[in-house]
Structure formats: structure tokens, C-alpha cells
Design a protein around this ligand. Sequence first.
Ligand code: HC0
Ligand code: SF4
Length: 562
Amino acid sequence: MGFMTIDGRKVEFTDEKNVLSVIRNAGIDLPTLCYHSELSVFGACRLCTVEDDRGRTFASCSEEPRDGMVIYTNSGKIKKYRKMIVELLLSAHCRDCTTCVKSGECVLQDLAHRMNITSVRFQNTREERPLDTSSPALVRDPNKCILCGDCVRACSELQGLGVLGFAHRGTDAMVMPAFDKPLSATDCVSCGQCRVFCPTGAISIKTHMDEVWDAIADPNTRVVAQVAPAVRVAVGDAFGLTKGHSVMGKLVAVLHRMGFDEVYDTAFAADLTIMEESKEFLDRVEKGEKLPLFTSCCPAWVKYLCDQYPEYKDNLSTCRSPQGMFSAVMKEYYRDPEKNQGKKTFVVSIMPCTAKKMEILRPNSFTKGEQDTDVVITTTELIRMIRNSGIEFSTLATEACDMPFGFGSGAGVIFGVTGGVTEAMLRRFADRHDKATMDSVAEAGARGEAGIKEFTVTYKGTPLNVCVVSGLANAHTVMENIKRGKKQYHIVEVMACRRGCIMGGGQPPRAGNRTKTARTEGLYQADSVTSIRKADENPLIVSLYDGLLKGKVHELLHVDEY
Ligand code: HC0
Ligand code: SF4
């Protein structure tokens, strides 16, 4: 513990890594473009520069706190300096703010506004560069890149992929994939973490909002929505509601008002996944083959494994993701002419994830030659569509999902957080459903924010080694351990994004620790208020197996190959 003086006020500090954190903890929102507590310190943007009592200026992100320091965050010199940095960045930046996809959420735009920059003195000398629209999930606009390197570090440090890097020098410096290849020709898995960290519109979500509005406007189309678990805890705060609280009931209401004919919960299909995956898992354990079983619901992870460790493809569960199962079942339901009444069915999947946009295009996401999910929109796009509709979200009365697939158990809801798939499966294996049993399953080891969690559970006398991973850099560590024989697991759950889907690449970005914790707690809370917390006790699932799924389980719920 120590003390420093910030702008004339004595401030205590404890274990903060840098002066910037002490300043922020003291209630001063010092701007940065390249500092993120989850990433390494880069010190490139210099916006966090402060002055000490001897007039020395330094970047506070890369300075350790020392007892007795005296610093100024807003001296005349610092203010001038900070404004100049933003002006220089703006001078080399495309300034089509009104039509930029990032408008309203852009950190650079916000800084220009905060610093009262109303004109830019310098000419843009950078040559205009073409956009990269090759990815199914993301758009890269080099004209909006400010070289902060956030995307470069996110891709290499969190995901261990290193798809993006710096090229050229001086005023020609650029961020791009190696040899300026299009993203689609790289190892990119469409996870969107680069977009989450990008402060400007240089990497953005490839949007599909117009396709949804067009379908809604077509009277011959039945538009059906499925809402993923993690979406419900990331929308409310955009409309002034409590951070992390589930707003599923309001989402159903707003989607109905926007013109969706039917609204469902992807948690329903997550229950189906649990039924199928647990069966597949026990079968493999019994036969002692294709172990460990790798979960297959995260498309970024599936692509990572297929690209980087193709020799382990057979270990992937053959289960489609809940998104895939839901859409296949929905389309099959409306193939019956009596039910479809001559209308086309258009399935819109609302996801926290950019990689889901890639998943729906995979050949194994088609049934009977038809694409199962027509469009994926992310949480970020959904928020824009709600704003576009003008409907006052915060005051809406809650509504329930439609039938016949309108209920997901609590087990399905917790899929959205790392460890959730595993916990849902352990609930399935439990032969009781009382609170004490559910609590003991919750304590087995699947919960918690660690990127790699390992534990052993016993099922009918057999010890099962479980590993729960989030973040592809962590997945790399686990895969290397498996490959070298250092670890033997029976099942490995992997989500490509740290902490799971709640931190997916399509969620509203700039989520600090408080938001991450609130989203996690929000999903556990939503689970704890459901009376059915085991997938196998969801009555809709039970009747589905006796009805529509008869003879079609493999065709609708599994893939033949990856
Ligand atoms: Fe997820 Fe899912 S939990 S991947 O993060 O399994 O995107 O929320 O919808 O499909 O259910 C995302 C979230 C899903 C799927 C589910 C799984
Ligand atoms: Fe890297 Fe993910 Fe961005 Fe692709 S989407 S460049 S894998 S961070």
C-alpha cells in the first residue's frame, strides 16, 4: 500500500499494476486507445500521459505506482498534448462519421467530442485503401485504423492466432494479415475479438439487419427468431436498465412488436444438445473411443480445431450447435404444408457471436439442401434494430416465448457462460433434481472465470476427467498437453471467447470487469429462477422425441462430418 497525490488530492493505492489504474480508481476517466487490462501494455497512443511535479511527462499505463508520487492529469501542458494527439489521429483517419457503423460507439469520435475538436488542421496524406469484406462475419476498413494495435494483441494474446500484424514503416505503417491476404484466406476463426477491442470502425461486424427488415416486410414470409442465452444479459444496459439483468421477457415483447411472427429461446435447443451430447459422451466412454470428447457448439473453436489440429476432428461431438439444432427443427416443423400455410419460413438467429454468421454457411448447417438458419444478427445489431424501430424498450411489459418450442430449462440458459455446457451435462447425469443436488453440481468445478479449469467427477463408479476452457490461446495450451500425453481428459468444453459467450465478439464492446461479472451473474440468476433446471425434464423436449424427431434425430441434430 502507498499514497500518491493526483491533481492535489491524496490517493491510496494497493496492488494496481500501473499509475493509470490508480488514476482511474480515483474516479478520473483518463482516456486511452491502446490500454486494456486483459492485454499486454503497448504504450503507443500516449493519451494517458500525465505530468509529475518536476514537469516530466510519461505514459501512465507503463509506469509503476510509487509511494509519494505527485502527478497532474489535466495540466495545461497535458491538455494541449492530448488534444494534439487526437488531432493528429483524426488527420490520418477517414472522417465519414455520420455513416460509419461505429458512430456513437467510437472511442476516437468520443475523444474528439470530449476535447472540443471542431476542425482538423492537418491534411490526410494516406492513400485510400479498399475494404476487406471477405470474412463472413467481419469487415476490415484500413482507412479507419489508428494503429493502436489492440486487434493485433487480442488475436495473438487471447486467441493465440496472430492473424493480424503490423506491416510497413513510418506513415505507411498498417495493420493487416500477413501479405495483406483477405481475412477469409487466413486462420481467422471469425471470433470477433479483434472487433471487440478495436476502438474505431476499422474492424466491424458484417451486418445483416436489412435482410431481417426485408423478411419482416414480406407478407409471404413467416419470420422466426431464436434468442441465444448470452444476449438477454447484454441488452438492458443499452436502454438504461440494470447491467447484466436478464431482459428475455422484454426481448420477446420487442421482437413481436418489430414484426417477428414467432420468438423462441435458443436455450430450448441447448436442452436438445445436452440430451444428444451426453448420450454420445457416455457411449464413447463405454466403448473407450474418440476421447476426449470435444464440445462442438462454438463455431470459432470448431474451425480452430479443424485448421490447427485436424487429427482430432473425430473427437469433436457430432452434435450440431443449439443454434443449428433449433433452426433444423424449426424448418422441418414448417415443411409440413398444413402448418406452413403456403408461407416461407425465415429463421433469424440472435447471437452474442460473430462466428455464428460463419457457422450457418457451413455445408453441415443445411438440411434437405436448404440453409437452416437464414440470418444471424448479433446483440449489437439487435440493439440498433430496436433503436431503429423507436420502440421504448425499457418500459415494455414482458412476454413469454411462443409455442411449440417456447421453453428452455435453466441448464440451457447457463450455456452462455464458460462451464455452462459442462454443468448442464452434469445435471443431466444427476439422478435427483432437488436444490441440494443442483448446488453440489454447481460446485463440481465448472464455474469460475479461470481460462482453464480441471476437475474429476465420478459417474456410476467411473472417474471422469473434465476440462473447461475459454479463450483459444488457452485451448492451444490444453491441446498441446493432450497431444504430448501430459493430460488425459474424458471431456473438454471449449468456448473461443474468454468467459464464454457473454463476452462474444458480437456483444456491445468495452465491457469492463463489472460488466463481465454482471453478465455472468445475470445468467446464473436467470437459471436459478427457473423451476426446471435439467434438460431431460423439459417437457417440450420429451414430446419432441416422441413426435417430430422420430426417425430424424441424426438428420436434424447431428453433422456427418466437419
Ligand atoms: Fe452461445 Fe450457444 S451458448 S454458443 O455462446 O452451445 O453464440 O449465448 O447461443 O448455439 O445455446 C453463442 C450464447 C449460443 C449455441 C447456445 C451453445
Ligand atoms: Fe483474430 Fe478472431 Fe479477429 Fe479473426 S476474428 S482476426 S481470429 S481476433
